[in-house]
Design a protein around this ligand. Structure first.
Ligand code: UPG
Length: 460
């Protein structure tokens, strides 16, 4: 079996960047080059100021500092990196299609295909090609066909190696994964990748399967996780009308070891780049095989999530005397969860959109998300003109400024710092009655009620 000396990763994003950094940290004898066409992103990965890395992940700066320049390199020279590599990871994005067949559901494989064609065109020696991006089942077959038919007669082995890291904990997840999954047909190729991971992951946690199982497992893992959130969120609505408390219910059922306690936190709705996209993709695959009941079953997870976001916004409107027109609503948090600057599919975007339709004035504070991103997210929805988004939404760098003179506070992300604010001061500074709508069940109901806030939390 060929020993892997050089690895190239195409795509320096949320997955490719941190994953390759850790692989490089743990395999000092393997040269790893992460390539991307986006010069600005590569420059940021190469910036001597580690605060400027394009991905914010606790602990990532230390990993990059250790490996970069030693055996970890970031470059825009895609062809050279392909040419030199023994193993090539494809870690480009696979957004949901926004056009044509499967629009809104299927994964857009345009970037994957472009990668495959480029690899085929450049490669002059045998390569192992690893799918790191989350892909529809049987993409490997398409990949192989492109590589074999447009290449220079060299051999390609395809592996599927889905990523399970969660944002905000990427480095700990990578250092200590529950499992590493490698799917493939060729035993030597599989073993080559096993060895890369064995540098730090115990062998029994490295699972090997056939290609299709590996590809499908990734979608299924995310579908199951999202399904737990939608399940508890469905119960949160029931709790609100019956007088049960969803945290107590979560705790009670989570003690059953068959159910388990993780991923049972009711919220304003799940976000992030993966859950919705992967479920839509699963639904699309099921429909394409005419598995209507299967498709409907999983689609319901998304329907419930959309409902949860909408009803959070509706509750704000109803509680504030059925109108938020001209009222200042301070948003604490815009990221889809704490400890990340990622806002993709964040519940905050949809809740804001709903309130803006009612002409609310939204003031956003998020410790990590810049103003441009907030506007970009709203503009992308296309619900109203960019001018109207800027007229109705203000983004500030100081939480107290956001809450000053506001009619209500809505908590959209569970940032720890929100718990430590000077809540008596906030109360003084707000319009009365002072409403708090806690979409993350983050604050202490008793404390806020004692201070005189009208406090509403999901599932209570
Ligand atoms: N969430 C809840 N309640 C919970 C747990 C999560 O509302 O009990 C929300 C969370 O706030 C976030 C979303 O669910 O909006 C997703 O959270 P999380 O899974 O922590 O974030 P991701 O970084 O999107 O990670 C998921 C998978 C990970 C996978 C990745 C990309 O957890 O295994 O690699 O998506 O596919």
């Amino acid at each position: 079996m060929k020993e892997i000396k050089k690895i190239t990763c195409i795509g320096a994003g949320y997955v490719g960047g941190p994953t390759m950094s850790v692989i490089a940290q743990k395999n000092p004898n393997v040269t790893i080059t992460v390539v991307d066409l986006n010069q600005a992103r590569i420059d940021a990965w190469n910036d001597t100021d580690l605060e400027k890395l394009p991905v914010y992940e606790p602990g990532l700066d230390a990993v990059v500092a250790e490996a970069r320049g030693r055996n970890l390199f970031f470059s825009t020279n895609v062809e050279q990196a392909i040419d030199e590599a023994d193993m090539i990871f494809i870690s480009v994005n696979t957004p949901t299609k926004t056009y044509g067949k499967g629009k809104g559901q299927a994964a857009d494989l345009k970037y994957i295909e472009l990668c495959a064609r480029q690899i085929a065109a450049v490669a002059k020696s045998d390569k192992i090609v690893v799918e790191k991006s989350t892909l529809p089942v049987r993409t490997a077959a398409a990949l192989k066909s492109i590589l074999d038919n447009t290449g220079n007669g060299v051999n390609f082995h395809i592996l599927s190696n889905p990523e399970f890291l969660a944002e905000g904990t990427a480095v700990t997840d990578l250092h200590n994964p529950d499992r590493v999954l490698i799917g493939g047909e060729d035993a030597d190729a599989i073993e080559a990748l096993v060895q890369v991971y064995e540098a730090w992951v115990p062998r029994e946690r490295i699972l090997t399967t056939n290609l299709w199982s590996s590809e499908l497992s990734k979608l299924v893992a995310n579908a199951f996780l999202a399904q737990r959130v939608s399940s508890i969120n469905a119960i949160s609505e029931l709790c609100e009308v019956t007088g049960a408390n969803v945290d107590e219910v979560s705790r009670a059922i989570g003690y059953d070891s068959r159910i388990g306690s993780k991923f049972l936190k009711a919220s304003v709705g799940f976000g992030g780049s993966c859950f919705q996209k992967d479920i839509l993709n699963l639904v699309y695959i099921a429909r394409s095989y005419n598995l209507t009941e299967v498709a409907d079953y999983w689609e319901q997870v998304i329907i419930l999530n959309d409902h949860q976001k909408a009803r959070f916004a509706e509750n704000i409107i109803q509680t504030m005397y059925n109108t938020v027109n001209g009222k200042k609503i301070a948003f604490l948090g815009w990221a889809f969860k704490k400890d990340t600057n990622d806002t993709r599919e964040s519940a905050a975007i949809y809740v804001a959109d709903h309130l803006l339709e009612e002409e609310a004035q939204v003031i956003v504070y998020d410790p990590k998300v810049p103003a441009e991103q907030v506007y970009k997210d709203l503009d992308y929805l296309g619900t109203r003109s960019p001018e109207d988004n800027r007229r109705l939404v203000t983004v500030v760098n100081d939480p107290y400024e956001a809450m000053h003179g506001s009619h209500a506070i809505a908590i959209l992300t569970e940032w720890d710092e929100f718990k430590c604010y000077d809540w008596p001061r906030v109360k003084e500074d707000m319009k009365k009655p002072a409403f708090v709508f806690d979409g993350r069940k983050l604050l202490d109901r008793n404390k806020l009620s004692m201070l005189g806030f009208n406090y509403y939390a999901i599932g209570e």
